[in-house]
Design a protein around this ligand. Structure first.
Ligand code: ME8
Length: 518
């Protein structure tokens, strides 16, 4: 069977410090999409990794009294551990200090040099180390970095420049012809207006420090860290390596590149211009999500309001963690997060709705049917309630797909919750505990249990991209396979696939309620 390649990337994170909620947010969103696309039969390649060069990382190493390479080697495993804890199913993890990246990035620079897109010049201006960004005097905000508000330093260097200005018209034409290239719309407008305002050639090398990739044609210079970092998206899949040409041709261009809104100009102006200069196609969509805010402020390492994902996972569990961020923060917008919000979401959606549905139903199946899934009821006997429940389950795949196609995780989860909530109400209304009182109503009892169990099977399928462990556990309790390894979710979600005779186990509460005083 031909499987469409689906290449998805996150930014590669700076190793100046350990992962936090912000970097975890992008990575979880990408993971949920990667998992879902595997379930829709795509040949998914999900890349994440680390941005290990540059002044900021060199500074972090110096502050910690160590050499840059030793420093990045200490921090990199912390990212790997964090992504393991959060059940991130990346297919590749690139570090920009790896040989495959260094060689690919050098090959790329050589192509640009040969095509005449690079020239030697003199740079004089401001530089923000935390953002690794060049600024002109006019761009500064009260003498500080307009991006992060921190101090900037004045630098004077003889550098290599990239003819970014030459790509202004082609970039604008691309935005025009491909409205899907930058999403959401607000970010697209922001980039169009930025590029329309004129682009300056970009300094792409540095000479006043050495922690970077040497230019292949001038080893006095190391590559500007953003130029180096952006190239990870192609070096990881084999750019510049003749032995991996086929892989590169299959994977590039990417379907989605996820970024935070803070780095949209790099990804939507500089990056596509670099690709154009090298004669490569552009990614289909760069999607910029918003910031996580705590008490109205961007959460960041430097502001000291960054929370460690591990603390929240310890309290709520990994699935509840993943669910909270994707359910509470519309992807693309800024979102306020709080401990109260997380407890509410946990108790409401997970303990009351989903966990409760699963446990009461499995309990009843044990109690009234010795844990054996009953036969599916005959269609002719279906009541209006049965048909409504089934109708919601049958509408779910298309609604869910439409939401995921626009990266609307909130919409996708709401669609799954329509089924979960309706199934809870279905049980309330049908009152199996009354139906169990007489033999006469036993056929109805079995029909209700089957339909409710089938709804649970389908709900677990569609919550799997976000809450993989819970879904796997629910299917295990239903006595069926692993929802996370499904590759044809449409076929799998057909009503009536829950096999009669399967033995269910009730198990502990999936989401024990959290009380405020805890
Ligand atoms: O920028 N809310 O790395 P970085 C949401 N190395 N997302 C947030 C966030 C917040 N409060 N804070 C950070 C870099 N992020 C470069 C990228 S790519 C070629 C190079 C997320 O470690 C968001 O995705 O500063 C943002 O784009 C990314 O972390 C920045 O990570």
């Amino acid at each position: 069977m031909f499987m469409k390649s689906f290449y998805l990337t996150t930014p590669i994170y700076y190793v100046n410090s350990v992962p936090h909620l912000g970097t975890a947010y992008t990575t979880i969103a990408a993971d949920a999409l990667a998992r879902y696309r595997r379930m829709t039969g795509h040949d998914v390649h999900f890349l994440t990794g680390l941005d290990e060069h540059g002044q900021k990382v060199a500074q972090a190493a110096a502050e910690n009294g160590t050499e840059p390479q030793a420093w990045v080697d200490t921090i990199a495993p912390k990212f790997v551990e964090a992504w393991k804890m959060l059940d991130i199913t990346y297919d590749d993890f690139i570090r920009t200090t790896e040989g495959r990246h260094v060689r690919g990035a050098q090959a790329f620079l050589q192509v640009l040099k040969d095509s005449g897109d690079l020239y030697q010049g003199h740079y004089e201006g401001w530089y923000c180390v935390p953002d690794e960004t060049f600024y002109t005097e006019e761009q500064l905000a009260d003498g500080k970095c307009p991006g992060c508000g921190r101090d900037v330093q004045f630098i004077r260097e003889d550098n290599w420049f990239f003819r970014l200005s030459a790509y202004q018209d082609r970039l604008l034409a691309h935005y025009e012809a491909h409205p899907e290239f930058i999403q959401p719309e607000t970010r697209r407008n922001e980039v169009v207006s930025f590029v329309s305002g004129g682009l300056k050639d970009l300094s792409v090398s540095r000479t006043t420090f050495t922690w970077g990739i040497p230019l292949p044609f001038d080893d006095e210079h190391v590559m500007y860290v953003w130029f180096d970092a952006l190239l990870n998206y192609i070096t990881a899949i084999g750019y510049g390596d003749p032995d991996r040409a086929e892989e590169f041709a299959k994977r590039w261009p990417a379907q989605y590149q996820f970024v935070g809104k803070d780095i949209i100009r790099f990804h939507c102006a500089i990056w596509p211009a670099m690709l154009m200069a090298a004669g490569l196609p552009l990614p289909e969509t760069v999607f910029a999500h918003g910031f996580l805010l705590t008490k109205g402020e961007k959460m960041s390492k430097s502001k000291g309001n960054a929370v460690a994902p591990a603390d929240l996972v310890a309290r709520f569990g990994v699935d509840a963690y993943r669910h909270y961020f994707l359910r509470d923060v519309p992807f693309g917008a800024d979102g306020s997060i709080s401990m109260e919000g997380m407890v509410q979401r946990y108790n409401g959606d997970l303990a009351n709705d989903w966990g409760n549905l699963v446990s009461r139903l499995l309990n009843m199946t044990e109690k009234y049917c010795d844990g054996v899934v009953p036969e599916p009821p005959a269609d002719a006997d279906a009541t209006a309630d049965d048909l409504e429940l089934r109708g919601i389950a049958e509408a779910l795949p298309a609604t869910y797909e439409a939401a995921m196609a626009r990266l609307d995780y909130v919409g996708a989860l709401e669609a799954a919750w329509m089924l979960i909530k309706r199934a809870n109400r279905y049980i309330e209304d049908a009152a199996p505990w009354n139906l169990a009182k007489s033999d006469e109503t036993r056929p109805r009892l079995l029909a209700v249990l089957y339909d409710a169990l089938e709804s649970v099977r389908i709900a677990a399928l569609f919550t799997a991209p976000v809450m993989p462990n819970t879904s796997a556990e629910v299917w295990r309790r239903l006595g069926i396979g692993d929802p996370c390894s499904v590759t044809d979710i449409a076929a799998e979600s057909v009503w009536g696939k829950l096999p009669a005779g399967s033995l269910v186990v009730k198990g502990d509460a999936l989401f024990p309620r959290i009380y405020e005083e805890e």
